[in-house]
Design a protein around this ligand. Structure first.
Ligand SMILES: *Cc1c(COP(=O)(O)O)cnc(C)c1O
Length: 358
């Protein structure tokens, strides 16, 4: 790691911190950010930690026109004893490269990016909230910066890591949400960009989310793009169902994002000996399970909420209730175990947690 020379420019004007209970997700940022530039032929250069600041971009920069950009989302947790923990951060860096490859963007140096993140965390450590349920949300991302209106891969890029203190996702405890099954719009199709964390997937999801908001639903459940039959994801989370004692989740099919929470839950369930199957799951199967009283539990999974139980699904005017609209036993147990491992209060038998030196 001696190849990594990070220039450091300290922020002289420290930002004011917001009390944990007033934090609104993704609105407040720490004093510093990590930046590195890429030039075709030269590779990555000018690794630096600088004051959090606005970017300067040429108005013709490719990111602004053709959307060549990828991102990641991860969290750092600070415990009472002052230890900072990351959850499977190498998985995020690895996935960023899978996303980058799909968008014809250069590979980041995974270990270097992780080392840079650790240094940034060290510098902005006092920004990590300590209160129960809080964390520091970390957003690594890469943008195409070449000033060129031609449709081709940019020759220059910038990689940035910004960090944002976030309050507790569940202020009044974990609670189930209502979900609208989306029958018109789709999130992604196999062969498209669904397996990449790239801006366009989220821009195109907003329309459906607006309708769900208007009708009082928290998120939409995305179906497959070909037949509108098979379940893919819920909002920007992966999705699991417990049907008649068996846990099922849609198999990675080329349009589903390979979530790290999803992967961890599958490993945890196997470790516990709970039957878990990755396969196609149709809406018709969910309907029948509900009608037969076998729809035990349903939940979304992702870094932000970890587990988001589903209490109700609406599909073509029909309503399916899950576990009487209450959080299921397995959902609760998964939530407590995963967040416990992440915070270092439950033993981590998998080696998932990376502790930073005090
Ligand atoms: C980020 C994301 C997820 C969840 O991934 P995690 O690694 O568990 O945070 C699921 N689906 C989509 C579309 C996502 O963007």
């Amino acid at each position: 790691m001696n190849s990594l020379k990070i220039r450091f420019t300290e922020n002289e004007m420290k930002n004011e911190k917001t009390p944990a209970e007033q934090l609104v997700f993704g609105t407040k940022f720490t004093d510093h950010m990590f930046v590195a530039d890429y030039t075709e032929g030269t590779g990555w250069h000018d690794h630096r930690i600088v004051p959090y600041q606005a970017l300067t971009l040429d108005p013709s920069a490719s990111i602004l026109h053709y959307g060549q950009t990828v991102f990641e989302g991860m969290k750092a947790y600070l415990s009472e004893d002052g230890i900072v923990r990351l959850f499977r951060p190498e998985q995020n860096m690895k996935r960023m490269n899978i996303s980058a490859d799909r968008l014809s963007m250069p590979q980041i140096e995974e270990e270097l990016a992780l080392e840079a993140l650790k240094q940034l965390l060290e510098i902005d450590k006092e920004w990590i909230p300590k209160e129960q349920g809080t964390s520091l949300y970390i957003r690594p991302f890469m943008i195409a910066t070449e000033a060129h209106l031609g449709v081709s891969a940019s020759k220059t890029y910038t990689f940035i890591i910004i960090m944002s203190p976030v309050g507790s996702y569940y202020k009044e405890g974990i609670h189930p949400v209502k979900i609208l099954v989306e029958s018109e719009y789709v999130r992604a199709v196999a062969g498209g960009t669904g397996t990449a964390k790239t801006a366009g997937n989220y821009a195109s999801s907003l329309k459906a989310q607006e309708v769900a908001d208007r009708e009082g639903y928290a998120q939409v459940l995305w179906l497959d793009g070909l037949e509108r039959k098979y379940i893919e994801e819920v909002g920007s989370m992966n999705v699991f169902f417990k049907i008649d004692g068996e846990v099922v989740t849609p198999a990675l099919n080329g349009s589903i994002l390979d979530g790290i929470t999803r992967k961890s839950i599958i490993e945890l369930l196997k470790y516990w000996g709970v039957p878990i199957t990755e396969r196609k799951v149709s809406m018709e199967e969910i309907r029948e399970a509900f009608l037969n009283g076998k729809l035990d539990e349903a939940f979304g999974t992702g870094t932000a909420a970890v587990i988001s139980p589903i209490g109700e699904l609406r599909w073509k005017g029909e309503l399916f209730y899950v576990n009487n609209g209450e959080t299921g036993e397995l959902s609760q147990k998964l939530y407590e175990t995963l967040t416990g491992i992440q915070r270092g209060v439950i033993e981590d038998p998998f080696g998932w947690v990376v502790e930073l030196k005090k």
